[in-house]
Design a protein around this ligand. Structure first.
Ligand SMILES: [Zn+2]
Length: 209
């Protein structure tokens, strides 16, 4: 068990609950023992109301936010707002790795099509294969015949490229044109961290794959 507080999981002042809180905070990405301790002390010393609100919201979100049945993005409803919208072009389907990437494209580009969110990228070492990424559902969607262009917006990392290649093969088998974002997105980069102008340009200049 990870513990920020040394032997026996007891905090310096003897509170086991405090030690457990610090340990629980370490489930957040990038939060080590020191930061977790700082967060716990801040909440207890200065913001108990905030702590209660945070706890309630985390609880509610963990219980109520699921995944859209069609595109797999986070959604409280069975079908998300974007999939339910009648104003989106259902001939365009953009594949992204994460809901954060989807949000980046929504904010940076004028894209009006629909999305498919992989919730990861092909990574056999992490146990992420075609099944975990919902690629069967994607193939089924392509087979329906409504999608005319599949925009593969996975990240330009080694795994993202391998995923894009796999998806392009799916598109080819279904007779659907597949395109990939153009240069400007740095190799090894993540869409989330690319500035809006660059992302908008790369999106606009996508090419067939
Ligand atoms: Zn959806």
């Amino acid at each position: 068990m990870r513990t920020a507080t040394g032997a026996g999981g007891m905090a310096a002042n003897g509170s086991t609950l405090l030690a457990e809180l610090i340990d629980a905070l370490r489930c957040l990405p990038g939060v080590g023992a020191k930061s977790a301790q700082r967060m716990a002390f801040h909440l207890l010393e200065r913001d108990r109301e905030g702590a209660r609100a945070l706890a309630a919201k985390l609880h509610e979100a963990a219980d109520r936010i699921g995944n859209c049945r069609l595109c797999r993005t986070f959604s409280e409803a069975e079908v998300c707002v974007l999939c339910a919208s009648s104003t989106r072009d259902s001939q365009l389907l953009c594949v992204v790795e994460t809901p954060v990437d989807q949000m980046a494209i929504e904010q940076a580009t004028g894209y009006r099509g629909r999305y498919f969110v992989l919730l990861g990228r092909l990574s056999p070492l992490d146990g992420l294969g075609p099944q975990e990424l919902g690629l069967e559902a994607l193939a089924g969607r392509l087979a329906e015949g409504e999608v005319r262009e599949l925009i593969v917006a996975t990240n330009p990392t080694v795994e993202g490229e391998a995923t894009a290649y796999y998806i392009a093969q799916l598109a080819r088998r279904a007779g659907v044109r597949a395109s990939r974002l153009a240069h400007g997105v740095p190799l090894g980069g993540e869409l989330e961290f690319v500035d809006r102008g660059t992302l908008a340009h790369a999106f606009g200049q996508r090419h067939d794959v």
